[in-house]
Ligand binder design. Structure first.
Ligand SMILES: [Zn+2]
Length: 349
């Protein structure tokens, strides 16, 4: 009798493990009961956040893949504004592709740039996302990532009912937003991404827009101050050194390879930058050459003298740390050049 019970517990443990793996949860993550995100049971907030933190992605070398997180952030904004995440591909294609072009790695040609939303629209986990054609039939994630094809089919997606139920709680929506931004981007981009997703920071703040329980790599204490001191409390690109009452203002420690993308908190991966140049550097409007001069993306434009001052940085040598400390290492400069800098890509209109 005892033995039979033990066998049945072992069978149950294996079944739970299979379900967990199928649902994309890491091994060892325990589902509280049969069901879970992938079987239509009542999912908990923690399970949802865990699923969002473990989106499957095709990893090609070190290429960033923020496509699904950006589609999700846009859907969160849509849900917050309208109470429903339902959207036809044709409606999502423009705004989501623009976000991927702005915050994702560079793309090679204009037609790809216009249709980048197709990839996450097709591949977003079915545990989170229901995709149907014009006749209400499910669209498989094996279908081609083709914008015209999705339009032709009348493909319409919607976050799963369980996911929408949880997101109706403003605290959960704020936590989901925080998690996606923290895991895939860099703080300087946060206000821009929220604005594009039509997520109001003030509303999120009120709902408890705080760090989530999902573990992220901690930042090293004292890193920012060390970087600002090393660069003499001035922007390494423009020399801005404003202070108020003796405290630097508008000056930040920037990672060359983003912290969220495994960039270390080291001087060899850092620069002191003014807020403007930090944001433009994280957006890929500004970059670095191998011999540590400033590059300006050919897609950067400005009408005013102040705006054109950014373009005038082209070719200017970066300031070096005053104490002879390390300058940005080639491996991190190369990462930024490949993953962030907008070099020659044609942006979607
Ligand atoms: Zn600057």
């Amino acid at each position: 009798m005892k033995r039979r019970a033990a066998v049945s517990r072992a069978v149950e443990r294996r079944a739970v493990k299979r379900r967990a793996v199928k649902c994309g949860f890491p091994e060892g993550f325990s589902l509280p009961r049969a069901g879970g995100v992938c079987q239509g049971g009542r999912v908990t907030r923690d399970e949802l956040l865990h699923a969002l933190a473990n989106l499957r992605r095709a990893r090609i070398g070190e290429v960033r893949a923020p496509h699904k997180p950006l589609l999700l952030l846009w859907l969160l904004g849509r849900f917050a504004a309208t109470g429903s995440s339902e959207v036809a591909y044709g409606e999502a294609e423009g705004p989501v592709s623009r976000m991927i072009n702005a915050y994702g790695p560079p793309v090679k040609n204009a037609s790809d740039a216009r249709r980048r939303a197709a990839m996450p629209f097709v591949h977003l986990e079915r545990e989170l996302w229901e995709l149907r054609d014009a006749h209400g039939r499910p669209v498989a994630h094996t279908v081609a990532e083709s914008g015209p094809r999705l339009r032709e089919q009348g493909a319409t997606g919607r976050l799963a009912p369980d996911v929408e139920r949880l997101l109706a709680d403003p605290g959960t929506l704020a936590a989901a937003t925080r998690l996606l931004v923290d895991l895939h981007f860099t703080p300087a981009l946060e206000p821009l991404i929220l604005a594009d997703a039509r997520l109001d920071p003030a509303v999120l703040e009120e709902a408890g827009y705080v760090r989530t329980t999902v573990r992220r790599r901690p930042r090293r204490a004292g890193f920012s101050e060390q970087v600002l001191d090393a660069y003499g409390r001035a922007c390494a690109m423009c020399g801005y050194d404003g202070a108020l009452g003796g405290r630097s203002v508008g000056l930040e420690a920037a990672h060359v390879r983003w912290h969220s993308q495994n960039g270390p908190d080291e001087l060899g991966n850092a620069l002191a930058l003014c807020e403007l140049h930090h944001a433009l550097f994280d957006l890929g409007a500004l970059g670095l050459t191998d011999d540590l001069r400033v590059r300006v993306s050919r897609h950067y434009t400005a009408r005013s003298t102040a705006g054109r001052a950014v373009a005038d940085l082209e070719g200017r040598p970066l300031a070096a740390p005053q104490d002879g400390g390390p300058t940005p290492a080639p491996v991190f400069v190369a990462w930024h050049g490949e993953q962030v800098f907008k070099d020659g890509q044609l942006l979607a209109a």
